[in-house]
Design a protein around this ligand. Structure first.
Ligand code: SAH
Length: 257
């Protein structure tokens, strides 16, 4: 459901709900919670088991390594947690088989009032639970021990886009991926450190020249480190030719970022 109220509510269902507390309560996220920008509720999946051992996993049909998360507690948990607030949540599951998470997804998810994460563990989940998902997200092409880090990653990337979360001094507008380019290099005091100089133009006070240097630097960096991003970037013809020149030079052995 698209955003209508101010405070975004995140819920996470997990077998280790205690791991969220420290991260979402510290620093920028902690302050954003205090300011009422978002709230985060972690729920123990074992609450929705009915046996003495509070079992959430079982062996896979057909054999194979490890244990899988059983469907019943997950179906019950998603239904119960969904009913904890009036707004129906946007439900996200995590899996290496999901869609790779990008800044575009963070921007899109920042429009929801309510997001519910379901975190996997062990060898993953019984496939039937995925019908509960509005989307399945992967953090990247590697395998984690659980979905909790993925839930914290998505929460962090979304919350810092919410109005007021970063405070007045910082802005998410000019950063890496905002316009499909990586961010330009940045420097702070001292201007010389152990013989290492800050690019002179940044000390010039000429803001037009600084803006041009930053733009060129961002294009150069993207061309060197992530040429795959250039296709989706908003570049003039001249800038595109410049990016191609950077790539061609590197191929001839110039190297470096
Ligand atoms: N056997 C599965 C991996 C299970 S890892 C496979 O090969 O695809 C256990 C849980 O960790 C998953 O259910 C998921 O919730 C989480 N997880 C692992 N890697 C992840 C990744 N790259 N992105 C998002 N979640 C991940």
């Amino acid at each position: 459901m698209p955003k209508g109220c101010d405070r975004v509510r995140f819920d996470a269902i997990s077998v280790i709900p205690a791991v969220f507390e420290g991260y979402v309560s510290a620093s920028i996220l902690g302050r954003a919670q205090v300011r009422g920008i978002f709230e985060f509720h972690a729920h123990d999946l074992r609450t929705w088991t009915h046996d003495r051992h509070r079992t959430v996993d079982d062996a896979p049909f057909g054999g194979g390594q490890g244990m899988l998360m059983k469907p019943e507690p997950i179906f019950e948990a998603v239904e119960a947690v969904s009913a904890m607030a009036q707004t129906k949540p946007h439900v996200i599951f995590f899996s290496p088989c999901g869609k790779p998470f990008t800044q575009r997804d963070a921007e899109r998810l920042a429009d929801y009032d309510r997001i519910l994460f379901v975190c996997g563990r062990y060898e993953g989940m019984d496939e039937r639970v995925y019908r509960l998902a509005d989307e399945v997200i992967s953090l990247g092409d590697y395998v984690l021990t659980g979905g909790e880090l993925a839930a914290m990653t998505v929460t962090d990337a979304v919350v810092r886009l919410l109005p007021g979360a970063l405070g007045d001094a910082q802005s998410p507008v000019d950063e890496s991926f905002a316009g499909s380019l990586l961010e330009y290099e940045q420097y702070t005091r001292p201007a010389t450190y152990c013989g290492l100089e800050v690019p002179e133009i940044l000390l010039s006070g000429d803001h037009g020249a600084i803006d041009r240097w930053r733009r060129e630097n961002a294009i150069r960096r993207t061309a060197l480190m992530r040429p795959d991003l250039l296709d989706g970037a908003d570049l003039t013809e001249g800038e595109r030719a410049f990016a191609q020149g950077v790539i061609d030079n590197r191929e001839q052995g110039e190297g470096g970022c």
